[in-house]
Design a protein. Structure first.
Length: 257
């Protein structure tokens, strides 16, 4: 069913993209296109209409191939927004990589390809022995050209810098002790409570309490609120152990003998 569409998907996407951009102009964006040949800026860099249209064409084509979905106007709007967000994210990431001076060498990529293949590979049965990923079988197939090495290299060139950037950021992140304590309380502290709703304005009224009511409350709650433990009254005298002037004089005379 989708074979004819896939055959002509490139032409369809180009036509749809042009119609989409033209439609935006008709819906009120025409003034922007008249004033400038770019549709926006990302990190100070101008994104020109032709550049974005070409990227959108490639983006839409890949989407249609992967999902076997015909590109309509609604999907194109979705892809347009996704592409723009990815372009913004890419600029932000590249600036962060430059700031943290993160560079991935070819040796690191080769080591990763050999020793840490992605899950898309380790989950494939062709690399399994007795239902478990077989590292040696994977290396043999890799050596014999059974895996697209260029695709793996491109994958790790894209993902490894981001992974290292995340590690650097997490290493510099600290959590205050007070924040940890507060989070623990929020997750673990529980209480049973009875809540009484009342109008606070009613508390402004004068309330009179008689001596009999006070005495009755005391007698009723004496053991709960007013009971005290056993107490003792102790009197004592404090005598400081400080030598007098006579003592000091006698000590000096004794030391001379």
């Amino acid at each position: 069913m989708f074979a004819p569409l896939r055959k002509y998907s490139g032409i369809i996407i180009i036509i749809t993209a042009i119609a989409f951009i033209a439609g935006m102009a008709l819906m009120g964006m025409g003034d922007i296109f008249k004033q400038s040949s770019y549709i926006g800026k990302i990190g100070g860099k101008k994104i020109f209409i032709q550049e974005f249209a070409k990227k959108l064409e490639e983006y839409s084509y890949n989407y249609s191939q992967q999902t076997e979905t015909e590109i309509n106007e609604q999907i194109l709007v979705y892809l347009n927004n996704n592409l723009w967000n990815e372009m913004v994210q890419e600029v932000v990431i590249q600036k962060a990589l430059k700031e943290y001076k993160i560079v991935i060498t070819d040796e690191q990529i080769i080591d990763r390809i050999k020793n840490d293949p992605p899950k898309e590979i380790t989950n494939q049965e062709v690399f399994h022995t007795d239902g478990v990923f077989d590292q040696q079988k994977y290396l043999d197939i890799l050596k014999n050209g059974g895996i697209d090495l260029n695709a793996l290299e491109a994958y790790y060139k894209r993902t490894m810098p981001i992974e290292l950037l995340q590690e650097r950021i997490m290493q510099g992140a600290t959590i205050a002790e007070e924040d940890i304590r507060q989070k623990f309380i929020e997750l673990n502290e529980k209480a049973d409570a009875k809540i009484i709703w009342f109008n606070a304005n009613n508390l402004t009224q004068n309330v009179e309490v008689s001596d009999n009511e006070i005495n009755e409350y005391y007698v009723t709650n004496r053991d709960k609120e007013f009971k005290k433990g056993a107490t003792r009254v102790v009197q004592y005298t404090s005598i400081p152990l400080v030598p007098s002037k006579a003592d000091e004089k006698n000590a000096k005379e004794a030391s001379k003998k």
